[in-house]
Design a binder for this molecule. Structure first.
Ligand SMILES: [Mg+2]
Length: 446
């Protein structure tokens, strides 16, 4: 044990949370080798928490017989790997790999079909434990989130690093799965840090270290820099992040007007984005899982219309309208695609929601088989003045309200509109009712 450092502890034990001398190799209190050490530890408050090989870890928790075996989640009708445990990964098994290839690489792996309902439940438990630490939790997917712990030291009686170490320990004990924590001064660096020490990791990273670490990485390492941007950068001689670090800010902004400033800053590990909890920001949506996967536009379009009608009627009965329309698709191999479009004035009209979603859907048709589709509206506000802005909308609103009132009187089958009419409802679809959900549910699992 050491005397308290006025700048806060620089080294502590992840198991017993004792403060330690920065030079030690094991905890002098409990003997654990799992120490966190960092010279500016007490000043780092933004974390990225990521569950380790989430689906596979949950399955191992529930069946100790496979704890030390290579486990692959996937298979069944869907021929790709949804997740692989760390043992399976040592054989080269990766997410999204075709199942037959994965089994070539690791023939003795235990294959388990995904149980999404279970993973959602476990993900929610972890999320709740995060929310007990700070209200500033921004979920990125079912198994990862950003946390902002600034200003919480008083409440918790310890620095954020220790709060997070205790959280990770408690999740292992109470939920039975492991997480990795990345701690830094902003979201970009926290996300990098959580990947440095996986699984059961804890890595702290400050801006000076990040600048050095980033230097040798390719520019594509920066989030949002896809192949097209990478190519543009390469043409101007920016191959690795060090090239961006050396560039002059104004010059970079001149060469890349839309993202030059952002690239210059991120290359230096500067990121001002806030951790945004999805407080109150609700989405009204409906979604449905198909009984068999669908890839053709005509079939998807019909189902989409019904989803939009459901979402619309839900918006109307809640007396709200929204100005962001989101189409959600899940591919046969559980990859999620969400496409959103914002419109000038909020809407609650099925026809309008449909026309926007339909356009987004058309762009996703590339032979991919989909297992699920959803249509949602967010950025909600009071619905009464909605859809009265221009003539066309006004007319469509009139027509739709007339249909709505007929349905209210005679039941929903009384009026069947447009594309929905193709005979009796097919067995293809197993509809789930429209419901309120947070936008976080519309992001992809990691
Ligand atoms: Mg994960």
């Amino acid at each position: 044990m050491t005397l308290p450092d006025p700048a806060g502890p620089r080294c502590f034990c992840r198991d017993c949370l004792a403060d330690l001398d920065i030079g030690g190799r094991r905890c002098s209190a409990c003997g654990s080798p799992r120490l966190v050490r960092h010279r500016t530890l007490a000043s780092l408050t933004i974390a990225h928490v990521d569950c380790d090989a989430f689906y596979a870890t949950v399955e191992k928790r529930d069946n100790p017989d496979i704890a030390d075996k290579p486990v692959i989640i996937g298979g069944g009708k869907r021929g790709v790997v949804s997740a692989a445990c760390y043992i399976a990964r040592t054989y080269g098994v990766r997410s999204a790999m075709p199942m037959f290839r994965a089994l070539e690489a690791c023939p003795h792996a235990t294959v388990i079909p995904p149980d999404m309902a279970k993973y959602v439940r476990v993900g929610r438990e972890v999320r709740q434990a995060m929310q007990a630490l700070t209200p500033l939790v921004e979920p990125l997917s079912i198994d990862e989130a950003f946390l902002d712990l600034s200003g919480t030291e008083r409440v918790h009686g310890m620095i954020p690093a220790k709060v997070l170490a205790r959280f990770a320990r408690n999740v292992e004990r109470d939920v039975g799965i492991s997480v990795s924590v990345g701690l830094s001064c902003n979201k970009f660096l926290a996300k990098i840090a959580s990947d440095l020490d996986k699984p059961r990791g804890f890595a702290a990273l400050d801006q000076d270290e990040a600048r050095i670490m980033l230097a040798e990485k390719p520019v594509g390492f920066i989030f949002g820099v896809g192949p097209a941007t990478q190519e543009r950068l390469l043409q101007r001689g920016f191959r690795i992040i060090a090239d961006l670090q050396k560039a002059d800010e104004i010059e970079l902004m001149r060469q890349f007007p839309s993202d030059g400033r952002r690239l210059w800053r991120l290359a230096r590990g500067i990121d001002d984005r806030r951790v945004e909890p999805d407080r109150g920001a609700k989405t009204i949506s409906s979604e449905t899982t198909f009984e068999t996967d669908i890839s053709d536009f005509a079939s998807l379009e019909k189902i989409l219309w019904r989803l939009c009608e459901r979402t619309s009627s839900r918006l109307k009965s809640s007396e709200v309208a929204g100005s962001t329309v989101t189409l959600k698709l899940k591919t046969a191999d559980f990859r999620q695609r969400t496409r959103s479009q914002s419109i000038a004035a909020p809407t609650q009209l099925a026809t309008k929601i449909f026309s926007i979603c339909r356009e987004m859907l058309a762009k996703e048709i590339d032979g991919t088989a989909f297992r699920l589709m959803g249509a949602g509206v967010s950025a909600l506000r009071d619905g009464s003045p909605a859809d009265d802005t221009d003539m066309l909308d006004r007319r469509a609103a009139h027509a739709e309200r007339a249909v709505d009132s007929l349905r209210k009187k005679f039941g929903s089958a009384a009026v069947i509109r447009g594309i929905a009419y193709d005979g009796p409802e097919k067995a293809q679809e197993s509809p789930r009712p429209a419901r309120l959900q947070s936008p976080s549910k519309m992001s992809a699992p990691g």
